[in-house]
Design a protein around this ligand. Structure first.
Ligand SMILES: Nc1ncnc2c1ncn2[C@@H]1O[C@H](COP(=O)(O)OP(=O)(O)OP(=O)(O)O)[C@@H](O)[C@H]1O
Length: 259
């Protein structure tokens, strides 16, 4: 079987799966600055979808709309069939337990131990698991899945940047989300640590059977983790495809992403 046939069969297999996240015709402007001009995406069960876009192309605005921190001007955002632009606060909170976030800055609480950082989402979203008396098994499982079970009693300041990123991922995983959003997962990390995080993202996908949306500038990350990619230009989908398809593109705008 040649590579094109292989890619087509993989895509057919992915698209026959459940739709986890769907963004349709998303628009957002700030005055005359039309940031999102009809952005669309479909994230299918079990896949990693990478979004690449130049600085200022609207990736963060899209993520903020997606997590309900910003209201789009128009368009719909469906998470597992529910349009989050139409949910009330409580419904939004429930759906958020199905989405794990890994933000650029890790956002760990400096004054809390690793254990307390991981317990935080369990306390905040009691509805999902009920009132857990002993959090240790869940904390240990999540830490184990990022290879850092031994750090349970340490403070974030005692950990390297890469370790903090992994703890932040463990904290996202503790609620067993169906979808993970990664915002620049390798930014600010050295090449070796980046590689570790990239490998970990693949492991997490297999172990937790998650579907992930990954915003990145990192070509190596996109190559290793993506099943499909979308290039975002001028607030809309410029092109979509697999990494090998896009890497071979003759289009100058597409080539610029891979330099
Ligand atoms: N709250 C806001 N008010 C006004 N303009 C905003 C606001 N948030 C974002 N913008 C504008 O939207 C545009 C897109 O910004 P955004 O942060 O989404 O870019 P980005 O693709 O995430 O960039 P980067 O890769 O550098 O993080 C920019 O022109 C920015 O100035």
């Amino acid at each position: 079987m040649n590579q094109t046939q292989n890619i087509k069969e993989n895509l057919q297999e992915i698209e026959s799966k459940k739709l986890m996240l769907e963004i349709v015709d998303l628009k957002k402007s700030f005055g005359d600055n039309h940031v999102l001009n009809g952005f669309n995406l479909k994230l299918f069960q079990g896949e990693n979808l990478v979004i690449m876009g130049k600085s200022g192309s609207g990736k963060s605005v899209m993520i903020k709309c997606l997590v309900g921190l910003m209201q789009p001007d128009s368009g719909s955002i469906k998470v597992m069939g529910k349009d989050i632009t139409k949910l009330n606060r409580m419904e939004l909170d429930d759906i958020r337990t199905e989405i794990g976030f890994l933000f650029q800055g890790n956002a760990l609480y400096d004054s809390m131990t690793v254990r307390e950082n991981l317990e935080f989402p369990l306390r905040r979203h009691k509805k999902k698991f009920g009132n857990i008396k002993d959090t240790t098994p869940l904390v240990t499982e999540a830490l184990g899945s990022v290879g850092l079970a031994h750090t349970i009693n340490l403070m974030p300041s005692e950990l390297s940047g890469g370790m903090q990123k992994r703890i932040a991922l463990a904290r996202a995983l503790i609620l067993k989300p169906k979808i993970i959003l990664y915002d620049e997962p390798t930014s600010g990390l050295d090449p070796i640590t980046s590689k570790e995080i990239i490998e970990l993202m693949r492991r997490v996908q297999k172990q937790y059977k998650t579907s992930s949306l990954i915003i990145t500038h990192d070509v190596d990350c996109a190559r290793v983790v993506s099943e499909r990619m979308i290039l975002l230009v001028d607030g809309t989908n410029y092109v979509e495809g697999t990494f090998p398809e896009l890497e071979l593109s003759k289009d100058e705008q597409v080539k610029a992403f891979f330099k």
